[in-house]
Each structure stands twice: as C-alpha cells, then as structure tokens.
Design a protein around this ligand. Structure first.
Ligand code: HAM
Length: 395
C-alpha cells in the first residue's frame, strides 16, 4: 500500500506552500503594524492545561496520549491556554498591556469537512493586562484589518459581535442561576444550527429550566440585533453591559470599520473561558464556517496561573480564510519567478557558467541553470519553466 497523509492532514506542495507563506506574511505584517510581538510555545502540553478551561467541545477533540514518562499530554488544540501560562509565568517583569501574536499549528480530532481539518494554522493576537473596552476595539480592528489586507471588504466579511456579559445579565434576569449558565450558553450556541424548537426542548430537558424561564431565555433571540437587545434590557447590570457594546461600536466607527459590524446576541462562542465581548468573522454569503473568533477571557489567567490579569484575543484559521480567498479570486499568483537563467552553448562553457551563477547568487539574485546541460533549445525551455525574466547565454 502506498502511503498518503492521514485524513484531515495536508501536504504542502510548492503552490500550496506559496499560498501559506502569503497568508503568514500578511498576518505578520498586520500584527507588526498594530505593535504586537511574536511568541511561540511547545506543540505538546500537559493534558490538564486544556481540560481545565477550554470546555467540553475541544476536550473531546484532543490528540491526547500518555508519554513514555507516564505523563498525560496533548497536542495543542488552541494557543490560548499556552499563552495564558506563558504570560502568567513572566507577568511581573513585563510591561502592560502585553501585546503578543503567534502563528501556531493546532490539532483537533474533528470530522474533516469543508473548512474543518485535523490540523490548521491560526493567527492569534492577544492583549493581556488591559480591562477597558478600548482593547476590545483594537483587537477587532486588527482582525478586520487582516481581512482588508487580503483584499476582502464589508461585502465579503461580516463581524458578528456579542457580549457574554450582556447575555449573562439577560439570562440571570430571566431566572437562570449561575451554575446553569455554562450549559445554557452551550445550548444557545446551537440556536443557529438546531433551531429554536429543539433548543427550547433541550433547555427544558438538559438544563431543567421550567417552561416560563425557557420562554424568557429565548425572548431576546427573536430579534438578536442591537435594537432587540436594547428592548430586552431591564436591569442596571444589563444596561452597563449594553453600554460597553455601544462604546465598542462607536470606537470602530471612528476607525472606519463599522461597515463590517453586526450585533448578534446569538454569538456565544464554543469555548468556556470567555467573559465579555465575543465575536466571530464570517463570509457574508454564509457558506463557510467562521474565519476567525475571539473575545475577552478575564478570568483565565487567574485560573491557570498565579496572577490575575484581564485578557482578550482572537484566532484566525488559515483553512477557511484560504477557501474564502479562493472563492473571491484573491489568491496570489503562485507562478515561479527567477531573475536569471544561465545557458551554456556547449560543455566547454561549464566552468564559466558555474562561476557566473555563483557570482550572481552572491549578489542576491535568484539564478538557475541546467544541471545536466543538453541542447540550447532544451535549456531555454527550462528557463521558461523556471519563470526566468532574463537568460544569459555563454558561448
Ligand atoms: P476557535 O473559534 O476555536 O477559537 O478557532 C478560531 C478559528 O480557527 C476558527 O474561526 C476557524 O477559522 C479556525 N479553526 C478552528 N478549528 C479548526 C479546524 N478544525 N480546521 C480548520 N480551521 C479551524 C480559538 O481557538 C481561540 N483559542 C481563539 C482565541 C485566541 N481566543 C482568544 N485568543
């Protein structure tokens, strides 16, 4: 049996690698423009780091095993726990806010489908140590600037923004107690996929809410936009959370990004650790999974480390992004190019060819020549295939 890559894993041939490098270059350029420093951590972590706070969905998808030293370990499924661990370990000596980005390869045992694989790369940008809404605006602006830098606009990408703080205040007001909040978030996250009827059933059966509470829980989702949210606010706490959302929108308007935005209370995010503003970027046509997602996770550092610092960030995956760029005809050309191709008319010129090639490469030019010699016509064909802009003929 010939070998092939495992299901959900990719081989990167030169054309694929060129696209991957293009994506990474744009990611790094935007992160640099926003003043973020690059970090990385180990691809293998202790299993507990993910089990502690990521939430059940990711834990089910972990590539986990016992290593030869009897440690329970897992390939990283997301960067955020590692980042929290790293920031916590050095927090005392770092100037706040800490602004870090990374481009990790991540592993999740998912059912492979369009936009979902078992490995992917993710741009992560995170800010640690800044509690104000200004940081939320800055990060969402950065994510939108990334998509703009690929040539995508508000006709292609939409940011669906919500607030777990507001949602928590509304759910508490509707009569859900704190203990049941995580499960209720989880069920609301399924509204779009499963529909209100099914979610109502599960709120009754799984979360054991009485029917009146279920009605009150689902009421704001009949109109999950900003107007609907304004109408649903009945407590001071909910009012303050809504005000934070309005401030966020005002800041993004001032940055010229408001065309991308839509408030959407039904965005909850699958991960357990989020506490404040949360958002996801989607293609406007609604054909693909989320391109990016993020939010505020103010309590994760306190849970995983000795320091208590507010934090927020986002992850943008390369798989969905690539699909979207391809659909929109925005992938870069992957044609090869070379500055020079050096042709030898006969074997007698071999030394002169090698000497010239070597000098041109030494001066920073990209240069190729035929390793096996052959006729001039054949060498010109090779020059053309290599994408050479100039040919030097010796002889
Ligand atoms: P996430 O929503 O799980 O968030 O992933 C972020 C993005 O990574 C998704 O929107 C999607 O584009 C991509 N992605 C996730 N899983 C896969 C997969 N199996 N195949 C292809 N692409 C995938 C997080 O991971 C958070 N840790 C992000 C974050 C950083 N929050 C705060 N800081």
């Amino acid at each position: 049996m010939p070998f092939s890559a495992l299901p959900g894993f990719r081989d990167f041939y030169p054309d694929d690698m060129a696209v991957r490098n293009h994506i990474f270059a744009v990611w790094r350029d935007v992160a640099r423009r926003y003043g973020f420093e690059e970090v990385d951590g180990p691809p293998l972590e202790s299993l507990d780091l993910f089990v502690a706070k990521s939430g059940p969905e990711i834990v089910q998808q972990l590539y986990a095993f016992t290593d030869k030293g009897d440690r329970q370990v897992a390939l990283r499924a997301e960067m955020t726990p590692t980042l929290a661990r790293m920031a916590g370990a050095r927090a005392g000596g770092l100037r706040k806010p800490i602004k870090w980005f990374s481009v990790p390869q991540l592993f999740r045992y998912e059912r492979a489908q369009r936009g979902r694989l078992r490995e992917h790369f993710q741009l992560n940008m995170d800010i640690i140590g800044e509690p104000g809404i200004g940081a939320d605006a800055e990060l969402l602006a950065a994510a939108l600037d990334v998509v703009r830098s690929f040539g995508l606009g508000p006709r292609d990408v939409i940011a669906r923004v919500s607030s777990r703080g507001l949602l928590a205040a509304l759910l508490t007001g509707a009569g859900v107690d704190d203990e049941r909040l995580p499960l209720v978030y989880n069920l609301i996250d399924k509204l779009e996929r499963e529909g209100a009827g099914k979610v109502a059933d599960r709120l009754r059966s799984d979360a054991q809410l009485d029917p009146k509470v279920v009605d009150a829980v689902l009421e704001p989702f009949a109109q999950p936009d900003l107007e609907g949210a304004r109408a649903a606010v009945r407590t001071d706490e909910a009012g303050a959370e809504l005000q934070a959302v309005e401030d966020l929108f005002a800041r993004l308007r001032a940055m010229g990004m408001d065309e991308f935005l839509r408030f959407d209370l039904s965005i909850v995010r699958g991960l357990a650790y989020y506490t404040g503003i949360v958002w996801e970027l989607f293609d406007v046509a609604g054909e693909l999974r989320a391109v990016a997602g993020g939010g505020r996770y103010d309590r994760l550092l306190a849970h995983l480390t000795d320091v208590d610092l507010p934090a927020l960030g986002f992850g943008m995956g390369d798989v969905v992004l690539r699909e979207l760029l391809s659909d929109k005809g925005l992938l870069p050309s992957t044609d090869r190019t070379m500055d020079f191709f050096v042709v030898a008319v006969s074997e007698d010129q071999r030394e002169a060819v090698l000497s010239l090639v070597s000098r041109l490469r030494g001066s920073g030019r990209s240069v190729d020549y035929s390793l096996s010699g052959g006729g001039v016509g054949k060498q010109f064909k090779a020059a053309s295939a290599a994408g050479a802009t100039r040919v030097v003929v010796i002889g």
